[in-house]
Design a protein. Structure first.
Length: 125
């Protein structure tokens, strides 16, 4: 009947002929580079707020005081956490199939706080 069951939110990825052509060219180029044993590197960036904290964390159990029951004694429980988001840090790095590429990792404080973090990229970083 000509139907395929797919996520509708990615419909544009399957229907646009120019995207299909570019995807095929990319896959062929990667295949050729791999056959030549070339180093293929990918770069990525993300962001993190200075005061970010996981809701759960590993805690050190004090075995000497433990009664062997479900009682958990924690040395650092009750630590205070700074309020607010804090500074936004931008993280950039290059990775290959051999790991992170030496000397390429950058972390800097975002100078612009509007919108997403991409406005913080320029020729210096």
């Amino acid at each position: 009947m000509g139907f395929r069951y797919r996520d509708r939110s990615t419909k544009h990825l399957f229907g646009d002929p120019s995207l299909k052509v570019r995807r095929i060219r990319y896959i062929r180029a990667v295949r050729q580079f791999r056959q030549k044993n070339a180093l293929i590197a990918f770069l990525d960036e993300t962001w993190l707020y200075e005061n970010y904290q996981f809701r759960k964390s590993w805690i050190e159990l004090d075995e000497e005081k433990s009664t062997g029951t479900a009682e958990i004694l924690c040395k650092d429980c009750g630590q205070s956490h700074p309020s607010g988001w804090g500074k936004r840090l931008v993280i950039f790095d290059v990775v290959t199939d051999r790991g992170f590429f030496p000397g390429c990792g950058l972390i800097w404080e975002a100078s612009k706080h509007t919108g997403d973090y991409h406005g913080n990229f320029n020729y210096q970083n």
